[in-house]
Design a binder for this molecule. Structure first.
Ligand SMILES: Cc1cc2nc3c(=O)[nH]c(=O)nc-3n(C[C@H](O)[C@H](O)[C@H](O)COP(=O)(O)O)c2cc1C
Length: 231
């Protein structure tokens, strides 16, 4: 097998291995170095204009996880008669999306990001900021706080996907979680998790660990000719 063929096999094996895990083996913990690698896959993910409009909250305190139980129906197991992901996951992550306060063109946050993270030279700042303002107000027309937050969440989902793929390559299971009530979760994050909810809003959650049992269903997907159109 050539190197390229071996890599293709490894990639496809990882995608076949990954499934939305409903319950993890609570006794098994992901080694720290492996979870750090999974987090790096998120941190190094691409984002529109390179603005990384997310924050990743890793919730390891089970008392804090318990606060979400009643409002995270997609993770508490009640829907499928399992122990759920919330308590059994080795690592539980909440992706927070930046809101208008930080991600609207012209914000002080963006200015600092461009200077301190992107290391933009002073003479290039004006052009970049102008292009981003045009993108927001005209090209994509995303000027309201909910629109900007949704745009941030879309970037966060790229990081989420990369984390799940990195995990699968390491034979670590995962489950993305959108099954939660937005308003109470936001309120709890603000009150109990120290999240500045004026600046950040929950986008999606994800659980990582090792499956407690084999997947309940075989993987099912549309055929390639239905899902992909070549022109
Ligand atoms: C954004 C997103 C949110 C999801 N939310 C949940 C959830 O709250 N709870 C859950 O058990 N599965 C959740 N899933 C898993 C999907 O139901 C699952 O990926 C899909 O049915 C395909 O199955 P598979 O991932 O096992 O191949 C979510 C998936 C995605 C991508």
């Amino acid at each position: 097998m050539t190197d390229q063929t071996a890599i293709q096999t490894q990639i496809l094996d990882a995608f076949a291995f990954r499934h939305a895990t409903k319950e993890f083996d609570a006794a098994r913990k992901i080694p720290e170095t492996e979870f750090t690698t999974i987090l790096e896959a998120a941190r190094l993910s691409p984002s529109s204009f390179g603005l990384e409009p997310w924050q990743i909250l890793v919730v390891q305190d089970h008392d804090k996880r318990a606060l979400l139980e009643d409002v995270a129906w997609g993770a508490n197991g009640r829907m499928n008669g399992s122990k759920g992901q919330l308590y059994t996951a080795s690592h539980f992550v909440i992706f927070l999306a930046h809101r208008g306060q930080t991600m609207r063109h012209g914000s002080a946050y963006l200015d600092r990001h461009l200077r301190e993270v992107k290391h933009f030279p002073e003479e290039a700042l004006g052009g970049f900021k102008g292009a981003f303002a045009k993108f927001q107000t005209s090209d994509f027309n995303i000027d309201s706080d909910p629109q900007i937050t949704d745009w941030s969440a879309r970037q966060a989902y790229i990081a989420l996907g990369n984390m799940m793929t990195a995990a699968a390559l390491l034979k670590i299971d995962s489950c993305p979680i959108e099954g939660f009530e937005m308003a109470p979760v936001t309120e709890i994050l603000g009150r109990e998790f120290g999240v500045d909810t004026e600046a950040l809003k929950p986008a999606v959650m994800a659980a990582f660990g090792y499956r407690a049992s084999p997947p309940r269903h075989p993987q099912s997907r549309r055929a390639a000719e239905d899902a992909i159109r070549w022109i």
